[in-house]
Design a protein around this ligand. Structure first.
Ligand code: SAM
Length: 276
């Protein structure tokens, strides 16, 4: 059996059985591998960190997107920074939004994911409400004149490669706030609070410096080997204050089909402590 070593922390590793490697290439920005893993199916690995797998990406992407968009009473304009695999996009376009702009630094990655993950991202890039820009998310946030209801930061890990590090900083979140409407909300994936305590605390504090309401939650992602954390920043709407009936009503009205997220999961997210 061939194994891929998933680095859970600098010390803990997860050995993952590999059926076969499909692509192993270097883009302008990162080492990109697509592998067929015995227990996780087709998977995207960037700079030796598992990013998405066919079997468990749904937990990550439903929980990255729906708590945020359901908390907003009427999300119309969405920004995704990162998310070049198209899976967060798949969840966003389930909502009756008007426009979603996806900004990813790596055009080669986007083209490869369009081809190799279309069965997983459901050709989300083809939706007529989608606009894809290939550039550094930091530069986009600094230059755009657009303003958004919700902003999703679906980047490589805060403990991972250099290319996304600055997009977890307080300065960056302050710039994000400037392109967010008064009642806008942001979410970021924040890696592992358990294995990268200081890194996680830094991301949390950076959001707390910029937003009145900060809410954290997590979900176990088997292929990551840890509970992946998410942090929401908001000045008006509080994701933890929604009632079960409000969440249920918004899901019904928006005809959202999800396989993991629902009104009970939403409430439980903010009642369950993040393991640190
Ligand atoms: N879903 C994955 C996970 O579970 O962590 C992460 C999503 S995706 C694969 C990470 C994306 O962030 C990649 O497509 C990468 O190209 C993008 N990215 C990294 N740094 C970026 C930057 N500075 N600006 C825009 N996109 C960036």
């Amino acid at each position: 059996m061939e194994y891929f070593t998933q680095p859970v922390s600098n010390i803990t590793k997860l050995l993952v059985g590999v059926k076969r490697y499909i692509i192993n290439t270097k883009t302008k920005y990162q080492r990109l591998i697509i592998a067929d893993l015995y227990e996780y199916g087709k998977s995207l690995i960037l700079d030796d960190l598992i990013q998405i797998t066919e079997v468990d990406e749904v937990y990550y992407h439903e929980l990255l997107v729906h708590p945020l968009l359901i908390t907003h009473p009427n999300p119309k304009k969405i920004l995704i920074v990162g998310g070049g695999d198209g899976c967060a996009l798949r969840e966003v376009i389930k909502h009756p939004i008007e426009k979603v702009i996806l900004v990813d630094i790596d055009g080669e990655l986007v083209e490869i994911c369009k081809e190799h993950f279309k069965d997983i991202n459901k050709n989300s890039f083809n939706d007529k409400r989608v606009e894809v820009l290939i550039m550094d998310g930091k530069e986009y946030v600094e230059k755009t004149n657009e303003v958004f209801d919700c902003i999703i930061l679906d980047l490589t890990d805060p403990f991972g490669p250099e290319i996304s590090k600055e997009l977890y900083s307080s300065i960056f979140y302050n710039k994000v706030k400037k392109i967010l409407k008064e009642d806008g909300i942001i979410v970021t994936q924040a890696g592992s609070a358990f294995y990268y305590k200081e890194v996680y605390k830094n991301v949390y504090n950076n959001i707390a410096h910029n937003f009145r309401i900060v809410r954290e939650y997590s979900v176990w992602i088997p292929s990551f080997g840890y509970s992946c954390c998410f942090i929401i920043g908001s000045n008006i709407y509080d994701p933890s204050s929604l009632t079960i009936s409000t969440i249920r009503e918004r899901l019904r009205k928006r005809r959202i089909k999800s396989s993991f997220y629902n009104e009970y999961v939403h409430k439980s997210l903010f009642l369950t402590p993040v393991l640190k």
